[in-house]
Design a protein around this ligand. Structure first.
Ligand SMILES: *[C@@H]1O[C@H](CO)[C@@H](O)[C@H](O)[C@H]1NC(C)=O
Ligand SMILES: *[C@@H]1O[C@H](CO)[C@@H](O)[C@H](O)[C@H]1NC(C)=O
Ligand SMILES: *[C@@H]1O[C@H](CO)[C@@H](O)[C@H](O)[C@H]1NC(C)=O
Length: 197
């Protein structure tokens, strides 16, 4: 191998490793989540609203929040439990956001709806969304997407909007989060790409 092709190989390899690290983490395909989304969407259809599309980043965040709630006492579903998209009550919210590659500005119009149902009995979970104060959020055409997280007795539904402020998208179009170490790798790659041209 010539020195030149070796450095090309090194360059390609150097790109590959961070590229793999940057791939979004696959959201576990869980039957509970799919069934709940289906139930919520049937409810939406019955109200003449469009079904909610799956939002993977919101789902990642919902999983992180459900994980946090696991140790909390089970509370009844009331609108008071709804968390605004900015989630000030959660101490590690910024970490959860950066882990899921979400910019906080893109969470403002969203809403986080936690529910606790022992053993996550599917019918009870669904009615805790459709027959409590949460129903008002489901019956709202502003919301167009949803991410669902589950952990133990907790279920978290995050509703996303079609606007930027409720999209749960990353801040930059490249998906590079400058708040994390990965942001530095993104910058390094950008630099390399620009330099090689
Ligand atoms: C996020 O929102 C704040 C306050 O509205 C604004 O100052 C800031 O520039 C925004 N950041 C981005 C990346 O849009
Ligand atoms: C919500 O779930 C709880 C169980 O955690 C159940 O006792 C209650 O009846 C449910 N409420 C609705 C409106 O489905
Ligand atoms: C849903 O919202 C519409 C419009 O705001 C309202 O007219 C309707 O009564 C609501 N339905 C339910 C079941 O909450």
């Amino acid at each position: 191998m010539s020195k030149h092709s070796l450095s090309k190989f090194g360059f390609a390899f150097g790109l590959l490793v961070p590229a793999i690290l940057l791939l979004p983490h696959p959201v576990a395909c869980d039957e509970d989540r799919d069934n709940l989304l289906q139930g919520i969407n049937s409810y939406r259809t019955s109200l003449n609203l469009l079904p909610l599309a799956k939002n993977d980043r919101a789902g990642c965040l919902a999983d992180g929040i459900a994980d946090q709630l696991e140790d909390h006492p089970c509370v009844a579903t009331t609108t008071a439990n709804a968390i605004p998209g900015t989630g000030p009550q959660l101490s590690n919210y910024p970490n959860l956001l950066s882990k899921c590659g979400i910019h906080i500005n893109n969470t403002r119009d969203g809403v986080i709806l936690p529910v606790c149902v022992h053993n996550r009995v599917p019918t009870l979970v669904l009615t805790n969304y459709t027959r409590t104060g949460y129903a008002g959020y489901l019956n709202d055409s502003r919301f167009t997407g949803a991410g669902i997280g589950v952990e133990d007795n907790w279920i978290v539904v995050i509703l996303a909007t079609s606007t930027q402020q409720g999209s749960f998208a990353s801040g930059s179009s490249l998906g590079c989060e400058l708040s994390t170490g990965l942001g530095f790798i993104c910058l390094a790659i950008l630099g390399l790409i620009l330099y090689s041209h």
